[in-house]
Design a protein around this ligand. Structure first.
Ligand SMILES: [Zn+2]
Length: 397
């Protein structure tokens, strides 16, 4: 099967735009990206781009398909059957893909359901984004996320938990370095797993060739995780100069997940979000925005991640994160790169995905409108005219 996207504007994903370009897809791969006259195979299905923009499928570096974006998603997931959570997660995966997000990194599932969803997508049983999954997160007893996680104490127990998750087939080991917003009676700024505990988890993951990520809000916890050799900092609310320079030096990316913050703030207690979560969100917000500014200025890589599944942070509305990044001072092209090339690096799939280049997998979307002038175009579902994943058209409207 050959498809040719003819005569349009192509956002490569590395900052370049090709005008009047043609992109040819053969099987699951991109075989030609060129300007001007290109030989198109006769049997190719031709798609005239007609003023539309072709770009890489987006990659969300931080979602929770096992969470349903209800006002209190932890409680709701605990009150339903595993079957219900799994069916909902399958539906969320489909919505995510149709919105133009062709890959995700799931950062904390429940009861191994995320691993099952990943398997069903890979098997072709259900439509969904390519998925890297972290299985059960690893936290201290009573620590942030304990409702879904493995509660451990001491380096040996972290080691055991990491080994168990690797045995279960995770792609990433998720370690909780600090408190968070959605767990009651847990301070976002507080340290949780110790440096020695984090190091044990990182060691086990790296031995098995897996990457690690940490939920890290408070400064001390962020520093513990960085010293322990963590591969990505999720949220990064209270960064300081030392943390930023360590991230820069070790090339550790930041995934700010602004969507979580802004959805909790805009909907608030009136919408049924627990008061403790709203209060903590409002308290951390100014520090979070300042941390993102510091990291960006220092040249730390920042990737798009939404924390989709948290209150009112809807699966399928993931691209709102790009608008929030632009509101934080990102140029639209820079925000697009955060959701394509940089996110592909965070997932470790940048050799195959993240840019429109010959030899890469054909995960592509076609968008109506001038999104470099107005990134909010991406927030309207009808703007995403076409979604292709591995050379197969999964949406064309
Ligand atoms: Zn999360």
């Amino acid at each position: 099967m050959t498809t040719a996207f003819v005569d349009g504007s192509v956002i490569i994903g590395d900052g370049r735009v090709l005008e009047h370009a043609t992109v040819i897809v053969e099987g699951e791969k991109i075989v030609k990206v060129a300007k001007g006259n290109v030989n198109i195979p006769e049997d190719a299905q031709k798609i005239a781009m007609d003023g539309q923009v072709l770009l890489p499928g987006f990659i969300d570096s931080h979602v929770h398909l096992c969470m349903d974006s209800s006002p209190d998603p932890m409680t709701s997931a605990l009150s339903e059957s595993q079957t219900m959570t799994a069916l909902k997660a399958a539906n969320f995966g489909r919505q995510t893909l149709l919105a133009g997000i062709t890959s995700v990194r799931d950062m904390g599932g429940k009861d191994g359901i995320d691993l099952g969803i990943r398997q069903a997508i890979n098997y072709g049983l259900i439509p969904g984004p390519r998925m890297l999954a972290s299985g059960k997160l690893i936290c201290m007893t009573g620590g942030h996320g304990w409702q879904f996680g493995l509660e451990v104490n001491g380096a040996d127990e972290v080691r055991r938990a990491a080994r168990e998750q690797i045995k279960a087939g995770v792609d990433i080991v998720k370690l909780m370095a600090t408190g968070g917003v959605l767990t009651p009676a847990v301070e976002p700024g507080s340290e949780q797993l110790t440096e020695a505990e984090l190091r044990a988890g990182v060691e086990e993951a790296h031995k098995a060739g897996k990457s690690t990520a940490t939920h890290a809000m408070g400064t001390k916890g962020i520093l513990n995780a960085l010293r322990a050799g963590i591969d990505s900092i999720e949220h990064g609310v209270y960064l300081d100069e030392e943390a930023v320079s360590l991230m820069k030096e070790r090339d550790v990316p930041l995934i700010p997940t602004l969507s979580a913050l802004f959805n909790i703030e805009s909907k608030g207690i009136e919408a049924g979000i627990p008061a403790f979560a709203v209060e903590k969100t409002l308290k951390v917000k100014p520090y979070h925005l300042e941390s993102i500014r510091m990291a960006r200025e220092a040249g730390v890589r920042i990737a798009m991640g939404t924390d989709a599944g948290t209150p009112f942070n809807i699966h399928g509305a993931n691209l709102s994160e790009l608008k929030f990044l632009v509101d934080c001072g990102f140029a639209p092209m820079e925000a697009i790169e955060a959701g394509t090339r940089i996110a592909a690096q965070v997932l470790g799939v940048d050799k195959e995905l993240g840019t429109v280049e010959e030899g890469k997998l054909a995960d592509l979307i076609m968008v109506e409108g001038k999104l470099l002038d107005n990134i909010e175009i991406l927030l309207k579902r009808e703007s995403i005219r076409l979604v292709m994943q591995g050379g197969k058209v999964v949406k064309y409207a």
